[in-house]
Design a protein around this ligand. Structure first.
Ligand code: CA
Length: 508
């Protein structure tokens, strides 16, 4: 067996750290994810460079920001002729595989390259009896997607060449919308689930983006998302409404007799107030989401058990992360996209026996652009100078280098997408502040629309306002903080080569 460590990279889709007990979840327990934290390092400030699926995956694979890899939106796909970390690892003697969600495009120019074996879900994939494209061939795998993805990883581990170290990317579809749990898990999480502190946010004292976004559980989450059907005799019923149309709720005084029926069980629910209905939708959303997470946790346990049983534990770096965070009722929302904390922050657990001390946490700023160089560093391979992150191995060893970055950068390129109406923006976060520039322009990018009005700045004082409810950008008391943060933002954009829209728009 090679002395170089194996790398097992487990990534889910839209799994927020608020739904992991090792991150202090108030809504569920995740004993197997907690095993990684107990035996490894929990990173408390890991951030995504662009809080949506496709761009995050491109950054992880290439070690570059989205303006460099050109995968800026959901509509832009990776050019698989570009170099990526799997190609470097493979050339360096690793056996490489990716199994599960890909979401970087399909076809000869977009399928995975650099992998000895690949078997990926087309597009978002589906939860039950999923289709996979395996080395280009379409196959249907019976079963529940999280189980099937793990089964395929275990089989690949069994079949692998044991003379080489391995790099395995296990990419789960779960818990992405539409939340469709395994039938055996549909009775879990029935107790009332507590709402987060910013659940009843009124979006005042903020730039326009928060109030304009169509991400509210109350008004933008469809009944179809929740396996519910609105009864035709109910007030507010809209004839011909599609399953993905947003359904306006009647006002409180028109709500008498408002009823929803569960599509699966036939159970009937009635409501007297908007608040009751909003609370009910949150409860249903969280139940389904957490049931999907439950299967993820079980299957992470199966992978960890395999490593234990096959003598691989001590020579395998294990990572658990998600392509970005997610709103679980914070600000009244579901979904992601924004630099606001809950969707910006990624869960990031690393178990590295013999190097990282178990049961520890790390406060240093890291991001998904650091992952590729970390893999190469761990493998003892050179880190190409086109990559834009930094290996986190010093942090795993328990030391934060003096010149380690004090910030994380985010840019969301889509503007006013047709479903969620999220505005284009960029910004940085330090431990104390978050500065955001809403440039509200499509920059000619595919998948985006102009027309969301003049740009705006936001500054949040994260020490006093960790929930990010009050923009202090225009408060004279924060003039110095604005100046410092703007200088940091401009230096970071210069360092990575991204375009400072605020200078182009004259809003510097
Ligand atoms: Ca995602």
């Amino acid at each position: 067996m090679s002395s170089r460590p194996n790398i097992l990279f487990i990534m889910t889709d839209d799994h927020a750290s608020q739904a992991m007990s090792c991150y202090g979840s108030r809504v569920n327990t995740t004993p197997n994810l907690d095993r990684i934290a107990d035996e490894g390092v929990r990173f408390d400030h890991c951030y995504v460079t662009n809080s949506i699926c496709t761009p995050s995956r491109a950054t992880i694979l290439t070690g570059t920001h989205n303006h460099v890899n050109r995968v800026t939106t959901l509509a832009t796909h990776i050019d698989n002729r570009l170099p990526n970390v799997a190609k470097h690892l493979r050339a360096g003697g690793y056996q490489t595989a990716i199994i599960g969600k890909w979401h970087l495009g399909q076809g000869p120019r977009h399928w995975p390259t650099g992998f000895d074996f690949w078997s990926v879900l087309p597009g978002q994939g589906i939860y039950h009896d999923p289709v996979f494209y395996e080395m280009g061939e379409r196959i249907v795998e019976p079963g529940y997607v999280t189980d099937v993805t793990t089964d395929k990883c275990l089989k690949w581990l069994d079949d692998r060449d044991r003379e080489k170290p391995f790099f395995l990317m296990c990419h789960h579809k779960a818990p992405h919308r539409p939340w469709d749990p395994k039938p055996e898990h549909r009775s879990l999480y029935t107790d009332p689930i507590p709402t987060p502190d910013s659940y009843d946010d009124d979006y005042r004292n903020r730039a326009r983006a928060a109030g304009e976004a169509h991400m509210r559980i109350a008004s933008d989450m469809t009944y179809d998302d929740l396996d519910l059907v609105q009864l035709p005799e109910s007030p507010g019923y809209t004839l011909g409404m599609g399953s993905h149309r947003f359904i306006p709720h009647p006002a409180d005084d028109e709500l008498a007799g408002f009823s929803l029926r569960c599509r699966n069980t036939g159970e009937l629910f009635t409501f007297k107030t908007q608040a009751e209905l909003k609370r009910f939708k949150y409860q249903r959303y969280m139940q389904k989401y957490l049931q999907c997470v439950h299967s993820v946790d079980e299957n992470v346990g199966r992978l960890l058990d395999y490593l234990d049983e096959h003598g691989l534990r001590d020579n395998t770096l294990v990572i658990y992360t998600s392509d970005q965070g997610f709103y679980l009722g914070e600000h009244g929302w579901f979904d992601k996209r924004f630099i606001y904390e809950e969707s910006f922050r990624m869960p990031f657990l690393v178990r590295y026996p013999g190097v990282a001390e178990g049961g520890t946490s790390c406060d240093a700023m890291v991001s998904n652009v650091d992952f590729a160089q970390t893999f190469l560093d761990v493998a003892g391979l050179p880190q190409p100078n086109y990559m834009q992150g930094r290996s986190i191995t010093p942090l795993l060893e328990g030391a934060v280098p003096d010149d380690w970055t004090d910030l994380a950068y985010h840019r969301y390129w889509m503007n006013q997408d047709s479903v969620h109406n999220a505005y284009a923006h960029y910004g940085i976060r330090t431990h104390d502040y978050k500065l955001i520039y809403w440039y509200n322009d499509d920059c000619g990018e595919e998948g985006a629309n102009p027309g969301s009005g003049p740009p705006e700045w936001e500054l949040f004082d994260l020490r006093d306002d960790p929930l990010e409810l009050c923009n202090v950008y225009h408060d004279p008391e924060y003039a110095e903080a604005v100046k410092i943060m703007t200088t940091k933002l401009e230096a970071e954009m210069l360092r990575i080569g991204d375009t400072p829209m605020h200078e182009l728009q004259g809003a510097g």
